[in-house]
Design a protein around this ligand. Structure first.
Ligand code: NAD
Length: 376
């Protein structure tokens, strides 16, 4: 990965502070930040793994399919859809042969199709479990979108099904392949600005009426399931530890019709071992997109923090100057690399399960108005 001038300068600054703290140096940090399969010798075209996208909504159409044109170790080989009208457009645009096009009735026969190695589940949240389990039973590796499922039991069943089938399972946590966030993970692990004391995370955006995200049956909950999960993730990797306690308070509903089934907003606090605390907020009204970490000797923050592009970072030492990347392409290439080389993924089903446990604890804390202890 290319390191631009500002980024190198930032990494240099970071490295300068690190030896005193007994931490890593510039090259090691750069290597860890860049830890993805970009670059190197060209990957042979015929060895690329075939990905079938299951659920051809906005995220598949606008992010994943275009990203699959940029991947080096995998390619868009098939589609699985319940909407026959979508087939023509996808078939033509991505040159998908008829034999690689499935619907939800015949998808189990994908087992006999050697063109497909990985099924990427991109449906409403409550369907993730059903399709992940069917994909694994059909002998395919699985990437499943976040949140992994709408309850803990489903997450466990998904992990078991993939294990039983001898197939790998990863969650679509794209930010684990994004260099600003990878830097935050590294800072969290090494407590680079002294012990982390406070984290502030917000992810809020307006939600239109009439969508499955407002329907509890299909979403499992409101902004917490959809957007707040990024705050949970950011807080956990910034703290470098799992939370031990959660408290939460649901916000008032200004539109009771729209938010009849799910929360409009929720504020929650995660407590970490050693005393670090994360104050998080997520809402389907207003706008907020931020991750800030305060350590004993300095601070660092991202704003916007969770977007597909345009993430900007600064620290108490100055701008981070890190370039943006195609997150989804790196995420899918990394999974293909893990499958090809039998390496564990850094975003496994177990991480998805952990996060769903945290999300459920946030809801419980809000419902009971009492802190909930976590044993993760
Ligand atoms: P969307 O509404 O645009 O698409 C959902 C797709 O699922 C549609 O093609 C729809 O036809 C299909 N579907 C199948 N069964 C359905 C049912 N019973 N009800 C409604 N739709 C059904 O949603 P999206 O934004 O593409 O989100 C899909 C998944 O991807 C969600 O789990 C979401 O959390 C996740 N997502 C992740 C990211 C990310 O950055 N990682 C971004 C957006 C969405």
């Amino acid at each position: 990965m290319k390191i631009d001038f500002h980024r190198r300068q930032f990494l240099q600054q970071a490295a300068l502070t690190m030896p005193a703290l007994g931490l890593i140096g510039l090259d090691e940090l750069a290597a860890q930040v860049a830890g993805n399969p970009e670059g190197g010798a060209p990957f042979p075209q015929d060895k690329k793994l075939g990905v079938a996208l299951l659920g051809l909504g906005k995220y598949s159409e606008e992010q994943l399919a275009p990203a699959l044109e940029k991947t080096q170790r995998c390619r868009l080989a098939g589609i699985i859809t319940g909407t026959p009208e979508k087939v023509g457009k996808w078939k033509e645009k991505y040159k998908i042969p008829d034999k690689n096009i499935y619907n939800y009735q015949n998808m189990d026969s994908i087992r006999d199709n050697p063109d497909i190695d990985i099924i990427y589940v991109v449906t409403p949240n409550s369907l993730h479990a059903t399709y992940t389990i069917r994909a694994a039973k059909a002998g395919k590796h699985v990437i499943c979108e976040k949140p992994m499922a709408t309850n803990v039991k489903d997450c466990e069943a998904m992990i078991s099904a993939c294990k039983a089938a001898g197939k790998m399972l990863s969650i679509g946590y794209r930010l684990h392949f994004e260099p600003h966030h990878r830097t935050f993970m590294e800072f969290g692990k090494k407590q680079m600005y002294g012990p982390v004391q406070k984290i502030v995370a917000e992810n809020s955006q307006e939600m239109e009426k009439g969508v499955w995200r407002l329907d509890r049956e299909r979403s499992g909950g409101g902004p917490l399931m959809d957007l707040g999960i990024y705050c949970v993730q950011g807080a956990v990797y910034s703290a470098g530890a799992n939370p031990i306690r959660v408290s939460a308070k649901e916000g008032p509903k200004t539109d009771v019709d729209k938010f009849a089934e799910v929360e409009q907003s929720i504020d929650f606090q995660l407590d970490f071992p050693g005393g670090a605390m994360a104050n998080c907020r997520t809402a389907y009204v207003g706008k907020g997109n931020r991750l800030r970490v305060e350590g004993k000797t300095g601070w660092y923050e991202l704003e916007p923090a969770y977007e597909y592009a345009g993430i900007k970072g600064k620290t108490s030492q100055g701008p981070m100057g890190i370039e943006n990347v195609n997150q989804q392409a790196l995420q899918m290439d990394d999974f293909a690399d893990c499958v090809l080389n039998k390496k564990p993924t850094r975003v496994p089903g177990e991480m998805g399960l952990r996060d769903v446990k945290i999300l459920m604890a946030v809801y419980e804390a809000a419902r009971t108005a009492k802190p909930v202890d976590l044993k993760l």
